[in-house]
Design a protein around this ligand. Structure first.
Ligand code: ZN
Length: 285
């Protein structure tokens, strides 16, 4: 099942994309997609009733917001692909690098990415996004995927000057409004039996910059969930982005960064496609 939130920013309604690709309004069953409605039990109820939900006919292709409405924590994993660590000039980590970014940075998967004022080093990072459906602490890796509600495409947009040159607080560079496009939809975990074999590709202005597969992760999703839960309580509705493969602008020689007018296209097997325009800072979501 594909979960969406459709409509203008801040007034999105919960919906699903059915097996025929049609948008259905789920508001008769759930108030929104968030921690309380992303449980296995609730998703099973929605799936059972999916065919009875009303089709959205007035605007069958509306804007889609981020597929999770209230995000309790936004967790960013750093340097989880060895080849990306190498292009960043850093050693692969022996324990996952865990950074907290502000959930206010989240926007819809196809929303405009806005550059901060005077930003010169805003960069792209395609990543597998993971949404937690059942929280916990000290989760065993063997059980960890049962704690996942679903998966989505994420772009961990990062301002490298803020991230690296202003005191090395990575959260600074990863938290600006619109820096975390999620979606276009959340694909429930039953449709992604193996999150470690997904091709991923990011194009900038039609040119392939990043092309990899989630099998190249240093710490697979199950291991990440287990390790994170040793350090903090994971909650339903938390979002985890699992690291980016090589091909970011910062690693290019010479480095390249996003400019107003750029077009990005991100694809991950089974999770659909994101298309974003990059704009100067004046536009906000
Ligand atoms: Zn990242």
């Amino acid at each position: 099942m594909k979960l969406v939130r459709f409509g203008p920013p801040d007034t999105e309604r919960p919906g699903i994309i059915d097996n025929n690709g049609q948008l259905r309004d789920a508001q008769s069953l759930v108030d929104d997609w968030h921690g309380a409605t992303l449980t296995d039990e609730c998703l099973a109820q929605v799936a059972a009733a999916a065919a009875t939900l009303p089709l959205v006919t007035d605007n069958p292709h509306p804007r889609l917001g981020a597929p999770v409405g209230t995000i309790s924590k936004f967790i960013v994993i750093g340097l989880n692909y060895a080849a990306h660590a190498a292009e960043a000039g850093l050693s692969p980590p022996t324990d996952p690098i865990i950074v907290l970014a502000s959930p206010t940075a989240v926007c819809g998967g196809n929303d405009t990415i806005c550059l901060p004022p005077n930003s010169h080093k805003t960069d792209w990072e395609i990543e597998l996004g993971v949404v937690i459906g059942r929280g916990g602490r000290f989760i065993a890796a063997t059980e960890a995927l049962q704690h996942v509600a679903g998966y989505c495409i994420a772009n961990d947009v990062s301002e490298r000057e803020y991230q690296i040159e202003r005191g090395t607080q990575w959260g600074k560079g990863k938290s600006y409004d619109t820096f975390k496009p999620l979606g276009p939809w959340l694909v429930t975990r039953d449709e992604i039996p193996d999150p470690q074999n997904l091709n991923m590709q990011l194009q900038r202005n039609g040119k392939i910059c990043q092309q990899s597969n989630t099998q190249d992760m240093i710490f697979p999703v199950a291991e990440l969930i287990s390790r994170i839960s040793e350090y903090m309580t994971l909650c339903a509705g938390d979002v985890l982005v699992t690291g980016t493969p090589p091909g970011v602008g910062y690693g290019m020689k010479p480095p390249q960064f996003l400019c107003a007018g750029d077009q990005l296209q991100l694809n991950i097997d089974g999770l659909g496609q994101q298309e974003n325009t990059v704009a100067a800072h004046v536009t906000h979501k």
